[in-house]
Design a protein around this ligand. Structure first.
Ligand code: ZN
Length: 416
């Protein structure tokens, strides 16, 4: 097992430490890590901790590990119905592998937007998966019958084994489902509040769940100390969600200026996921995708960039998300490329660190390099305040997730 307690303390010397919140750099700084946490940041640090490993960053940038705020680690295939029909054991193993790979890529925390449960999060936290992303889960996303998370087909019946959604109708079922998630330690409640690409039975422009169901989910989540995030594309679905107390909008591709202003006024987060539409476009071109993917893709693909532009202009807190499915996960860093025209490198770094941490309600513990924060960090030649993070692919870099290097070769890369 690779839990922080079984990992030796580490002192990384001579780094250029990045403060993502301000974009300022601290030259020639050392970072001491022990017990999975950052213990100290400063010049010329000394430590007498037993077993201390010292590494020299040679003036490279050291910045917080990234947060992908919209993943589906249990979506093992691009076709969600196919994925949902796989045995649980296979899906769990594949999701574990996904969490390891994501951490190695630099995403040391991921927020699951439908499918992952507490068992997977606990396995990651216990070190059973090796160095892996920390998983913030919300369980299966709640969906009305015929909604975006209903993968049962036209005949209804029981949810398939590994659906990313759970069908519930009416206040009582919604209430029970929300309370059960809170009891399991969920970080958020995901509601499907409008149609989506992967669902065959719904329309993109239709609202889902009645107002009393949404309001009740918001109240119950609030009582349990967590929040509701909603899948929505149209200005109508988004503004209805904001009015009913939903704290975050997933995708939001058809956002208009008026709705962006409303989100900003309420402090509602946006998690755009541009890269998934590019991946689905390729899936459609391959001829393997179910037909409804193509029809709905055409409605949302082009508008996603403009939605981010409007959100940034209005002052909406914009996080970083990808929403990739199955083999598409390999493109996780491409989201940085797709946002180049509408966000600066620093703005994107903040989306993937400080803003994500605020959304996850882990401010001060994630997305920062400071004592007491989780030891999630990246050491790279790239300066993330002036260069886009998709550039990470061009040279070797080192990732530490919860005090553990994701690659046993980290010492060699750092030239220890
Ligand atoms: Zn999603």
């Amino acid at each position: 097992m690779t839990s922080p307690s079984s990992t030796p303390p580490t002192l990384i010397r001579h780094a250029q430490v990045v403060d993502a919140a301000t974009g300022s750099l601290r030259e020639d700084a050392d970072v001491l890590v022990a017990g999975g946490l950052i213990q100290e940041v400063g010049r010329g640090l000394r430590s007498s901790l037993p077993g201390l490993v010292e590494l020299d960053a040679h003036g490279r940038s050291l910045f917080p590990g990234l947060i992908d705020a919209h993943v589906h680690v249990t979506a093992v295939r691009r076709d969600l119905r196919e994925s949902a029909a796989l045995p649980k054991s296979y899906v769990a193993a594949a999701a574990g592998a996904q969490l390891r790979t994501m951490a190695g890529r630099g995403f040391t925390t991921v927020r699951d937007a439908g499918g992952a449960d507490w068992g997977l999060a606990q396995a990651a936290a216990d070190g059973l998966l090796g160095p892996a992303s920390r998983l913030v889960f919300g369980g299966r996303a709640l969906s009305q019958t015929g909604g975006h998370g209903d993968l049962r087909g036209r005949e209804g019946g029981a949810d398939p084994c590994c659906s990313i959604g759970q069908v519930c109708d009416g206040p009582d079922e919604v209430r029970r489902a929300v309370r059960q998630r809170i009891a399991s330690g969920a970080g958020h409640i995901k509601l499907m509040l409008g149609g989506g690409l992967s669902s065959e039975l719904d329309r993109l422009d239709g609202d889902q769940f009645a107002e009393d169901e949404v309001r009740l989910a918001v109240d119950e989540a609030d009582a349990g100390g967590i929040y509701v995030t909603g899948h929505a594309y149209t200005p109508e679905s988004i503004s209805r969600a904001v009015r009913l107390g939903v704290a975050c909008i997933e995708h939001g591709n058809l956002l208009d200026a008026r709705t962006a202003a409303l989100m900003a006024a309420q402090g509602v987060f946006l998690v755009p996921t541009l890269v998934t539409y590019e991946d689905i476009a390729d899936y459609v071109s391959s001829g393997d995708a179910p037909r409804h993917y193509a029809e709905k893709l055409a409605i949302v693909r082009e508008s996603g960039v403009r939605a981010i532009e409007l959100a940034v202009e209005a002052g909406v807190p914009v996080a970083f998300g990808t929403d990739l499915l199955g083999p598409g996960h390999a493109r996780q860093l491409d989201e940085f490329t797709l946002r180049r025209d509408v966000q600066s490198p620093l703005s994107l770094l903040q989306s993937a660190t400080t803003t994500g941490a605020r959304l996850l309600r882990h401010e001060g513990r994630l997305g920062v390099i400071r004592p007491g924060a989780r030891a999630d960090l990246i050491v790279s030649d790239l300066d993330p305040t002036t260069e886009y993070l998709d550039g990470l692919r061009k040279q070797p870099y080192v990732v530490m997730a919860g005090g553990v290097f994701t690659d046993s070769d980290a010492g060699r890369v750092l030239g220890a």
